[in-house]
Design a binder for this molecule. Structure first.
Ligand code: GRF
Length: 209
């Protein structure tokens, strides 16, 4: 059974979508543990309510970002994790963890990458930029994590309409609904070995769903 380690920083609604999918036997994976860089992340509560080992790691306790990531890797390996999911995680990963889990880290981003991605594009900032740009569609992306921010090979995407009357909140709600559908689907596809990374592109094998 694929064991998943989840990194969070906030409310954890994407983590909840994974927990719900596991309960419904639709994930084909086990969430082994959750680590947050924020003590007040409600996602830690969600994990504990579902008997998932949950850890808060304070940056202040580590001499460098790499030492911090070394501890994440230690905990994940101790829990048998072979896929890392960034679910609302706001730290940038160091090369250490990217190398230790090469091609085994995915992230959910609330736009149709490569648009509205990269440094500074997270949470509400993404939807604000989308609304200011006048585009008529937005959506969510699950991608593999490489060294650049939000630049890794795209696994799956789904679009939503953007209405002239939208506020940041109404657009965020519409996109979150798609995020909560795509992230469990992405984990499932990986668990079934349906995914092949070819350079900057990802092939989802048709016949192995
Ligand atoms: C979501 O918009 C997600 O796309 C981004 O972080 C936000 C918060 O996610 N990665 P969550 O509710 O903490 O899962």
């Amino acid at each position: 059974m694929l064991k998943v380690g989840v990194l969070i920083s906030g409310g954890g609604t994407n983590l909840q979508s994974l927990i719900d999918a596991q309960k419904d036997n639709k994930l084909n994976a086990e969430i082994s543990c959750v680590i947050s860089n924020r003590k007040d992340a409600y996602g830690l509560t969600r994990a504990k309510e579902n008997d998932i080992p949950a850890y808060f790691l304070s940056k202040k306790d580590y001499n460098s970002n790499e030492d911090y990531d070394r501890e994440i890797v230690r905990i994940f390996k101790e829990n048998g994790v072979s896929l890392i999911v960034l679910a609302g995680y706001l730290n940038i990963l160091t090369d250490f963890i990217l190398n230790e889990f090469e091609d085994r880290i995915i992230n959910i981003h609330p736009s149709l990458l490569p648009l509205f991605g990269g440094k500074g594009f997270y949470g509400e900032h993404v939807h604000k930029a989308v609304l200011e740009s006048g585009v008529k569609i937005s959506g969510a992306t699950v991608h593999f994590v490489k060294s650049g921010v939000d630049e890794g090979p795209i696994l799956i995407q789904e679009s939503v309409p953007v209405y002239y009357s939208d506020s940041i909140e109404t657009l965020q709600k519409r996109v979150l609904e798609i995020e909560h559908k795509l992230l469990p689907k992405a984990v499932y596809l990986i668990s079934k070995d349906c995914v092949k990374i070819n350079g900057k592109k990802v092939e989802v094998l048709e016949d192995c769903k």
